[in-house]
Design a protein around this ligand. Structure first.
Ligand SMILES: Cc1cc2nc3c(=O)[nH]c(=O)nc-3n(C[C@H](O)[C@H](O)[C@H](O)COP(=O)(O)O)c2cc1C
Length: 213
């Protein structure tokens, strides 16, 4: 039997950029994953590319399944939530998550929102106990590596336009995932020097965090 020390740690790696070539968020998540794998020789890794293999949006049959008790679902409803079940199995199997998250139009890419809609299910990830939603991701941790043209940090004058970080905090807190870290590679549209400095800072932070994540 595996002890808690020998149990392989499992990392779920998601990329959400629509770009493959030249994607900075993919470059940064790859740096994190390589470092994390070295620091955790006994591990498993699950990868989902939400950008190049988009997750479908939920539809009417999916919602009908969502609103039904599992044993009352029709074969069509069960088929409609089959991918959702697989994505949730991955989410539950992993101890920790890293997401490459470009900012698109002030918030998360729609590829990631489609993923979120698929994985929030009251029969799986959000149990209702005595009328109160109880998220099922307690104890797990999430690293979000963002890439953005501009700086949205506190004091930048743009902080009130950042709908990415507040959204992610709110939705993962609903699932009881409270341990959320961000590494922001921003100012990517300014001078070459600022962009290189920003990427170097993000890469340094990634290497530091990967050793203890
Ligand atoms: C459709 C689209 C919308 C974007 N919206 C924003 C934005 O609102 N704010 C921002 O700072 N950068 C924005 N950007 C810039 C990207 O966040 C930036 O290019 C980032 O590097 C993209 O990640 P990637 O290199 O992994 O593809 C946008 C880019 C695209 C393609």
């Amino acid at each position: 039997m595996l002890t808690s020390e020998s149990k392989p740690r499992c990392l779920l790696h998601l990329d959400a950029s629509a770009r493959i070539q030249g994607s900075l968020s993919r470059q940064l998540t790859q740096a994190f994953v390589s470092q994390w794998q070295q620091a955790n020789p006994n591990h498993t890794l699950i990868y989902r590319d939400l950008g190049s293999s988009p997750i479908p949006h939920i539809d009417a049959t999916w919602v009908a399944a969502y609103e039904s008790e599992p044993e009352q679902r029709t074969p069509e409803m069960r088929a409609a939530v089959a991918l959702s079940d697989t994505l949730i199995d991955e989410l539950m199997a992993a101890d920790c998550y890293v997401v490459g998250m470009p900012m698109y139009n002030l918030t998360v890419p729609s590829s990631f929102k489609a993923y979120i809609d698929q994985v929030i299910r009251r029969d799986r990830t959000l149990h209702i106990e005595n009328g109160t939603p109880q998220g099922q991701l307690a104890g797990k941790k999430l690293l979000v590596i963002t890439t953005r043209k501009y700086n949205y940090r506190v004091g930048s004058g743009r902080e009130d336009r950042d709908f990415l970080e507040p959204y992610l905090n709110a939705i993962f807190n609903v699932l009881e995932l409270m341990d959320i870290s961000y590494i922001h590679a921003d100012k990517l549209a300014l001078s070459d020097a600022e962009r290189e400095q920003s990427l170097a800072n993000a890469t340094y932070a990634i290497h530091q965090l990967a050793l203890t994540f």
